[in-house]
Design a protein around this ligand. Structure first.
Ligand code: GSH
Length: 193
């Protein structure tokens, strides 16, 4: 598999999953402002969406969109045994993607002043909901981290970037993730440590 990524972007969640899978992978960095890959290609000729993550797969070509990419990588190695867990993971991928990541949209888009404060408050509200939904559990689904945890973890890194206070349980969640060898390796490889 080949991952198209940008350091610290949501593609870090897929990168962590690839490391954890133990499968061989390649990666190509994309400059999100210029849409140029590190090999000098126009990324939009590879993926018309122009955003990361995208993975080049052996069996079905290019795959995009976080929930699909993350589920594909997860299923390449360890399928969730429990039927309910599969849907719970999907539920979290939807929540993190559309509610939390989505709420960051104006901030990544350069919102200033009142719009920025409003967006920050909305993100904080979504993190608070995540805390409620986790209900004191260490991981989102079952007893071990899944790709949904990877995705939520990446958004907790963004909170600092924009000066958004995280609830204590999510600060603990972030600290737990930072101890995972796959997280350390992926962050090292992206030059984030
Ligand atoms: N709907 C997409 C959103 C992905 C996304 O927002 N990627 C960001 C990085 S976290 C990006 O590449 N932004 C640059 C752009 O949109 O041009 C998904 O779920 O994969």
């Amino acid at each position: 598999m080949k991952l198209y990524y940008s350091p610290g972007a949501c593609s870090l969640a897929s990168h962590i999953a690839l490391v954890e899978s133990g499968e061989p992978y390649e990666k190509t960095k994309v400059d999100l402002a210029s849409h140029e890959t590190e090999n000098g290609e126009d990324f939009r000729t590879i993926s018309p969406r122009g955003y990361v993550p995208a993975i080049q797969t052996d069996d079905m070509g290019l795959l995009t969109e976080n929930p699909a990419v993350l589920t594909y990588i997860a299923n390449a190695t360890t399928k969730l045994e429990n039927h309910a867990d599969h849907y719970k993971r999907l539920e979290w991928l939807g929540f993190v993607g559309t509610e939390i990541h989505g709420a960051f949209g104006p901030l990544f888009g350069g919102a200033e002043g009142e719009a920025k404060e409003k967006a920050k408050a909305k993100v904080a509200d979504k993190f608070s909901m995540a805390e409620t939904l986790m209900d004191g559990r260490e991981w989102l689904v079952g007893d071990n981290p899944t790709v949904a945890d990877n995705y939520l973890f990446v958004t907790t890194l963004w909170a600092d970037k924009f000066g958004i206070d995280l609830p204590q349980s999510l600060q603990d969640f972030r600290a737990r993730n930072l101890e995972r060898p796959a997280v350390k390796q992926a962050m090292d490889e992206e030059g984030l440590s």
